[in-house]
Design a protein around this ligand. Structure first.
Ligand SMILES: [Zn+2]
Length: 187
């Protein structure tokens, strides 16, 4: 397999398969200032955060990450997401209350999502928190989750691995993949 075809298998939007991507990179730098000129000296810029996006469907690409000078695939994620289809799960995750920073106010949805599924919940999955309930020191978060997987077993495995507490999946249904972007699908 040529280098190019190997790269094109993962360097594409996982939803619409477009290869028209961009990366947003945020740097943070601390540099000593030259006392004679006022010019900061060269220093290491530290990447704080990077997000790869598809310019055709505008979605984030959590199967791609920016490392040093190039975008590389996230090994345990890209094949499942690029080759998979969307699955929608209705589920309940029960976690210790102290895993949820805020359950009311403007931060509530993100805190509940992060409390239930960690990074996967806020970066990879599309989630909708339907409601939550307190029981003593625990919070049950009821959510609808969309994730990409190649079959139902893999979809439940991904949900189980991401859940930060006991998870109960009450339904899991396959959706159809969004239409492929015409130009990205010529290989
Ligand atoms: Zn796309």
């Amino acid at each position: 397999m040529s280098m190019e075809s190997r790269i094109s298998s993962w360097l594409r939007c996982y939803r619409c398969w477009s290869r028209n991507l961009e990366v947003q990179v945020h740097y943070d730098a601390i540099r000593p200032i030259d006392p004679e000129t006022g010019i900061p000296t060269e220093g290491d810029d530290e990447i704080q955060e990077s997000v790869v996006q598809c310019l055709d469907c505008m979605h984030d690409q959590p199967h791609l990450t920016f490392e040093r000078d190039r975008v590389v695939p996230v090994e345990d994620r890209w094949e499942r997401m690029v080759a998979g289809t969307p699955w929608v799960a209705s589920c309940t995750v029960t976690v210790d209350a102290d895993q949820v920073e805020a359950c009311a106010g403007p931060e509530a949805v993100e805190s509940l999502t992060y409390g239930a599924f960690g990074d996967a919940g806020t970066r990879e999955f599309f989630t909708h928190v339907r409601f939550h309930k307190h029981h003593d020191d625990e919070i049950s978060v009821h959510l609808l989750v969309e994730l990409y997987a190649r079959n139902p077993e893999e979809a439940s495995e991904v949900l189980n691995n991401a859940a930060r507490g006991a998870i109960e999946i009450t339904s899991l249904a396959e959706e159809s993949r969004p239409p492929a972007h015409a130009q990205g699908d010529t290989h």
